[in-house]
Design a binder for this molecule. Structure first.
Ligand code: PAF
Length: 285
């Protein structure tokens, strides 16, 4: 596995791969890899000649009071996991390589889709994501890029700017990877104590309750939101950031569920903010 740490190195590598007629799959990550990331990589492995993973904690998508400094950086362990896929190349730049002195260009998705859900709680977050993903797509010359459904809003935002800016990359959304307990895999799970991890099961449990109610015939959005919120409130370590329902992938407000619909939650367990979601009412592709 090649380790590329400068933009010049990755550009030279991808130029050569393209010259050889290879297809390239990009898996953008911030490292601290878990089974969910590996699922994205394995999918990319199946569908492309070359798999490139970016392992970069992107400073521009963190707010001033967020966990940028604390975000886990475990590159050696990440490399061992990537070797098992296997991955052809990992791009692991320093922040100053991606944002050198004088850097001043950002991709800002201005529609309503960035102002709700996590966008409402994290101003500037999607501007940072859109900027770094655009750069990574350019550097990697990817044919396809892989994202997890856990960040469903991120997938919607990425698809939006890829369409708006005529970027020739296919965006693939991969289903949420869960531990046996139901907990959605996340690099932030490692912040939690055992007791908090136990409490965090309320996220997937509450979503399952919401989904079961829908499957039992409940189509009213407010009723479903109440079922989910009431379940979360039973857990004393949990504080709700949001419980929301929108059409998917448009992310428009709806009152009744009769189309593919995103039921998404953000919940703090102690100090750790977790998100999870389920798509109900239709084909998610
Ligand atoms: O989902 C993530 O880990 C990040 O938002 C991404 C897509 C790697 C951009 O930094």
């Amino acid at each position: 596995m090649k380790i590329l740490s400068t933009t010049a190195e990755i550009q030279a590598y991808t130029k050569e791969m393209k010259a050889q007629g290879k297809t390239i799959g990009l898996v953008p990550t911030m490292g601290a890899l878990h089974e969910g990331h590996l699922t994205l990589m394995r999918r990319a492995r199946k569908e492309n000649d070359i798999v490139i993973v970016s392992d970069f904690v992107n400073p521009t998508q963190f707010g001033p009071n967020e966990d940028f400094d604390k975000y886990p950086r475990v590159f050696d362990a990440d490399c061992e996991k990537m070797e098992t896929v296997p991955v052809d190349a990992v791009f692991h730049p320093e922040p100053s390589e991606m944002y050198p002195d004088g850097y001043c260009t950002y991709v800002n998705v201005e529609g309503d889709i960035t102002h709700k859900l996590c966008g409402a709680q994290r101003p500037g977050h999607f501007r940072g994501v859109a900027t770094v993903v655009t750069k990574l797509m350019n550097l990697s010359r990817a044919d396809r890029a892989y994202f997890g459904q856990k960040d469903a809003q991120q997938v919607v935002v990425v698809k939006r700017f890829v369409a708006d800016l005529n970027i020739n990359v296919e965006i693939v959304m991969v289903p949420i990877s869960r531990e046996e307990s139901g907990l959605a895999r996340s690099s932030r799970n490692r912040y939690m104590s055992d007791a908090e991890k136990e409490a965090a099961l309320v996220l997937s449990r509450s979503l399952r309750k919401g989904e079961a109610a829908y499957e039992g015939g409940e189509k009213n959005v407010e009723a479903i939101k109440k079922i989910v919120s009431d379940e979360i409130k039973k857990e004393k370590l949990a504080t709700i950031d949001y419980v929301d329902v929108y059409s998917f992938p448009e992310l428009l407000p709806i009152e009744t569920i009769n189309e593919p619909t995103l039921l998404a939650i953000a919940v703090k367990i102690g100090k750790t903010r977790l998100i999870d979601n389920v798509i109900i009412g239709g084909d998610t592709k």
